[in-house]
Design a protein. Structure first.
Lengths: 77, 236
């Protein structure tokens, strides 16, 4: 996965992917992303940005913690 | 001071905090912070409605007619009297004052008054995100002046060591007195309160502060619906 570099208010920020689900029988799905300097602020931003719907679960993951096996246009090995 | 007056103070402070947060919804340092300011503003305005709604079941509603005409009858802290002109004021209020109100709400939830135990519980979970937001921005560093002022007003708001809040704690309505509330605030923010002398003889037991002042005229007009009238069609 390609990681973007951000230059923002904070000198060092990360992108976080936001996952959520509405029903217990549903899997978590990607609903968006936020950019923040730490996990605390990322959690606050995710909740503020994506809380309009009635999610029963929401989680965030730093984008750079995800390991890409292949990307669009690439062959699965 | 009665428990009703303390709940009204919480409600007025939450209302003003919500309004001041909302004023930064297009002025914060990033789009995410704009959205967080708007969301936290909505949360706190909602919390104030819940708190006002507790006054009647408590059988102790101290609101009087003068709230329609006298901005000095509002019990919010002087920190909220004027719109904030700097982001540091926002962060200091978010980290210190918002958390101080949450600590007091926790003391109500853990106290022996049923209406507060049941109705205020949900606020604690919503306030978690305000706390994370405030603490993170605080760690990034802000000017000391608004931070010191927020600490001063938080400690004064908890009240004198043997004062009204201590008395409510003694009766079981609150699970913590002023010293424990201050200690809990410091624990949550992982920092010691700045050393300061409080002149309790100058302390106003209604606004719970030794500072004087009133809500700015425009905000008071908005609270009372007076600003709205400026936008009425002519002759309405």
């Amino acid at each position: 996965m390609t990681h973007r570099q951000f230059s923002r208010v904070h000198a060092d920020v990360r992108e976080y992917e936001v996952f959520a689900r509405k029903l217990r029988i549903e899997p978590l799905r990607l609903i968006g992303s936020v950019v923040a300097p730490d996990d605390d602020l990322a959690a606050a931003y995710a909740r503020a940005t994506y809380d309009e719907e009635r999610w029963i679960e929401m989680a965030i993951v730093p984008t750079d913690a995800m390991t890409t096996l292949w990307a669009p246009g690439e062959e699965a090995e | 001071m009665t428990l009703g007056t303390l709940v009204l103070s919480l409600a007025d402070n939450k209302q003003m905090l919500g309004l001041r947060y909302a004023e930064w919804a297009t002025r914060a340092p990033s789009l995410e912070a704009d959205i967080a300011a708007a969301a936290m503003g909505l949360d706190d305005l909602g919390h104030s409605r819940v708190l006002y709604g507790c006054l009647q079941p408590l059988g102790d509603d101290p609101r009087r007619q003068e709230r329609e005409t006298d901005p000095g009858s509002y019990l919010a802290l002087p920190y909220f009297d004027e719109p904030w002109s700097a982001w540091a004021q926002f962060v200091a209020a978010n980290a210190v004052l918002d958390t101080a109100f949450s600590v007091m709400i926790q003391a109500c939830v853990d106290g022996n008054v049923e209406v507060l135990r049941t109705r205020l519980r949900k606020m604690i979970s919503e306030e978690r995100y305000h706390f994370l937001h405030g603490r993170s921005w605080l760690k990034a560093g802000i000017d000391q002046e608004p931070l010191l002022e927020a600490w001063r007003q938080a400690i004064e708001w908890f009240g004198p060591p043997e004062g009204d809040v201590a008395e409510l704690h003694g009766r079981g309505g609150l699970s913590m007195g002023p010293a424990r509330l201050t200690a809990r605030l410091q624990e949550r923010l992982e920092t010691a309160a700045p050393s300061m002398e409080v002149d309790w003889s100058a302390w106003d037991p209604m606004r719970r502060s030794s500072r004087r002042g009133v809500i700015d005229e425009r905000t008071f007009g908005m609270l009372r619906g007076l600003e709205e009238k400026r936008f009425y069609p002519a002759g309405a």
